[in-house]
Design a protein around this ligand. Sequence first.
Ligand SMILES: Cc1ncc(COP(=O)(O)O)c(C=O)c1O
Length: 424
Amino acid sequence: MASDRVLNFSAGPSALPDSVLEQATQGLLNFANTGIGIAEISHRSKEFLAFLDELESLVREQLEVPQTHRILFAQGGGTGQFAAVVMNMLARDVLLRPNLAEGEERVLDYVVTGSWSRTAAKEATNLTETVPNVRVNIAVDAKNNSADGASYDSLPPHSAYQFSENPALIYYCENETVNGIQFSKAPSDDASGEELNKKDETTFPFHLLPKNTLLPLVADYSSSFMSRPIPRLADHAIIYAGAQKNIGPAGLTILIVRQDCIVDVDAAVKLSRSAIPVPSILSYKYLADGKSVPNTPPVFSVYVSGLVLKRMKELGGPKYYEEFNRKKKEKVYETVKEGEKRGVFRSKVPEDKGGSWMNVVFEVVGDGAEGRFLKGAESKGMKGLKGHRSVGGIRATLYNAVTEEATDALVAYMKEFIETETQA
Ligand SMILES: Cc1ncc(COP(=O)(O)O)c(C=O)c1O
């Protein structure tokens, strides 16, 4: 691979494995021995459809997705899903409960733990503001529990969540890419797991959700998909992720949708004004009926994602990556703590308050210090460390393709920076 490649800590689009990029170069010229490149071949060709099937199996097998759930491929990214989940889940609710009793509502519960879930809640509000009998409920807003009451710096305690009794949708974002806040992995859903889940305030509070129902639980896994096993996957109605973080190039959105959430959205609209007309491209039924190719899919993104997931399987799947990613984040958080003690860094989300494994965010203390940090990193071939424009600071992204060597290089540089700053 070309030696002019830098160490890329960008939050998305983000680093991809060198070996995959080399394979993809070949595939651009000749896909599956067809003599036609992947960007040129018909998406209805048997070779492409076989590849798409394999991609589905790679997701199903590695995440142990049960047969109760379909795996669908879409376009439109996370932002497309902010709208799609509302429309499809409202239609489902209308079909389940066509007639509401006097004063009854269809409530969409949002867990807001950072900018992406806040944006998703805003989209839900925009879409439903004028829709009769539909209301968005903020089940919790983590900023109300933050140090300054205005920013996102931790996960809220379980006692802060107020879920509705019978919501049409319960939404959360597993990893907040901008703010660096992630739910910790909940233990398995056995009885002792439930106990543990209650005690650990940084897990998603599954034990507080309505019981004895097919949960309308929706999770945005855009920036943590395939980085470790998904806790209680089978309890989710929808899990979605844009490919451009851990999986491949932008363009592909991966959906895991429970079968009861693939509903006739047009029938729902005819039944009640609480259902919103759904453009075909956002309808799960349209996607499912068309086997994820009702129209032209993002072929190149599908291809590279398939190569990444094949490699991932060879390495040991999400369990392998869980240990790999755990090691990397521990090294970085430890160094942030070291810098904090020496007055050089300030953690924005402490590791034990919901600090993300994928995006470690911190500040560099002192006048011009952040600029010095970034300039020094760049001179050592490290890029993409600048925090999101809305929050500033530093964001070190440690997705699957960020190697241990790259992480070690970053940690060594952070240590060197601590020494230089404290000598100055
Ligand atoms: C957690 C999360 N959700 C949603 C989005 C929006 O995704 P997209 O840019 O694919 O619309 C992003 C983008 O970075 C994200 O990180």
